[in-house]
Write a protein that binds this ligand. Structure first.
Ligand code: GLU
Length: 441
């Protein structure tokens, strides 16, 4: 059965880059009728925070990315210790004692000599007595996985055939000196034990994948099918990594971005299919195909989310936004006509308040000198209330007959007098909502 997972580290708020990973894994699982796991990668006790775990769950729920199972790596440390023992017994795990400064120096020397900065495996030559002495002097070493120096190959769901020479990669550290288990092994153990069949993640993980394939092999697991999506850049192709902090999902939510706008964009951005606003998650699931995504960096412009949000809001019935309409101050009996009028004229729900204020308080009339008399005449012709959708038509017809004005010369001064603006909602839908006029009518 298809099983995927989204595996964020709870060291910060999740952002649009994370969302891409989460969404792809979610859509694959749902399309196949499989299982989607939310895995919290919290093996780093200093950087992992409970508030971020909660925030991740809230953000996922807001988007409707519901998980079937939640797992926490911090609950599974004994499983990782077991796997480490297994690697030790196999002779694929060794302790190394170089300090970060020493490693840095080694790397610099290698680079100076034009060689790739790969760990030289000096620790493999240490005798037991030397290790004892180093341990006494420096404390426990780190544990490195001994790669087999051969080519590591896989068919990537996005990148195609990949072949990496294991000799060009350092033996990965899987356990730190202080005993902290690192993601590289924890993830392998989880993916294997949880039956993960497909892993989609960012292309910054390609080298990890190469080493993880060997670890999975060593532990006797089955390799999932890997796909590495490109990383997001800004609209001009500039690196987004530093700005991702400002593109947290909760900030977008705060700015009024609608989930379906965000999901519709992220499900297609970087693929050969056009971005299309979808009304339902089921349509996104139906229309998703990982093979359509390309390896090139994907340009992301936060501004693209707003027209999509506006378009999405236009399609919604009052029932879906009743809370927001009430929050804007609109009385229940006007909610329906108000929403029909306003939804065509907002970008986000926070714009509702302004339109309600216009309806409730009226606007400072905008009347040109040459229109003063005309407006006075028009006001005198305003029919008796109650107003409905036909009032505007009846009224402007009467004004036209009396004043002889027509077209723009007729409508624009009325619009400006009533709304204080040159552009805005359909006057026929707005007029019955204008409370001042209603009161008068
Ligand atoms: N916790 C890892 C990350 O956030 C997970 C990577 C993976 O999907 O394997 O980068």
């Amino acid at each position: 059965m298809t099983t995927t997972r989204f595996a964020p580290s709870p060291t910060g708020y999740i952002h649009v880059g994370n969302l891409r990973t989460a969404l792809m894994n979610y859509l694959i699982a749902r399309k196949a009728g499989g299982t989607f796991i939310l895995r919290i990668d919290d093996t780093d006790p200093e950087r992992s925070k409970e508030e971020y775990v909660d925030a991740i769950k809230q953000d996922m729920e807001w988007l409707g990315l519901h998980w079937d199972r939640i797992e926490r790596q911090s609950d599974r440390l004994d499983r990782y210790a077991e796997a480490a023992d297994k690697l030790r017994e196999m002779g694929r795990f060794y302790e190394a004692f170089e300090s970060p400064t020493e490693l840095d120096l080694k790397r610099k020397k290698q680079l100076n000599m034009g060689r790739p900065p790969v760990y030289d495996r000096a620790a493999l030559n240490l005798s037991d007595a030397e290790k004892e002495a180093l341990r006494a002097e420096r404390g426990n070493g780190v544990w490195r996985f001994k790669l087999n120096h051969e080519r590591i190959e896989w068919n990537d769901g996005i990148l195609g055939d990949i072949s990496i020479d294991a000799a060009s990669v350092s033996d990965p550290v899987l356990i730190r000196g202080d005993g902290q288990v690192l993601y590289t092994i924890a993830s392998v153990v989880d993916d294997t034990e949880m039956g993960v069949t497909n892993v989609v993640r960012g292309s910054d993980h390609v080298t990890n994948t190469a080493t993880q394939i060997q670890i999975i092999d060593a532990l006797g697991g089955t390799c999932p099918h890997f796909a590495h999506h490109s990383l997001l850049t800004g609209p001009q192709g500039e690196a987004l990594s530093k700005r991702l902090g400002t593109l947290a999902l909760r900030d977008l939510r705060e700015q009024g971005v609608q989930p379906m706008a965000l999901l519709s964009l992220m499900a297609r951005l970087g693929s050969s299919d056009p971005v299309e606003l979808r009304a339902e998650m089921s349509e996104l699931i139906e229309g998703f195909d990982i093979n359509r995504f390309g390896a090139a960096p994907t340009k992301f412009d936060v501004q693209d989310l707003f027209p999509l949000t506006a378009k999405h809001l236009q399609s919604l019935p009052l029932t879906e936004v009743a809370d927001a309409v009430a929050e804007a101050g609109v009385p229940a009996d006007l909610a329906e006509p108000f929403w029909i009028m306003a939804r065509e004229n907002i970008t986000t729900l926070s714009d509702l308040k302004g339109w309600w204020e216009l309806c409730r308080d009226g606007a400072e009339p905008l009347i040109a000198d040459e229109d003063r008399e005309f407006i006075a005449e028009a006001v005198a012709l305003l029919p008796e209330g109650p107003f409905d959708a036909n009032t505007w038509g009846t009224w402007t017809k009467a004004v036209k007959e009396t004043t002889g004005r027509k077209g723009k010369g007729l409508f624009m001064p009325l619009r400006k007098a009533l709304t204080g603006m040159e552009r805005g909602p359909e006057m026929a839908t707005l007029l019955p909502l204008l409370q001042v006029i209603r009161a008068r009518g």
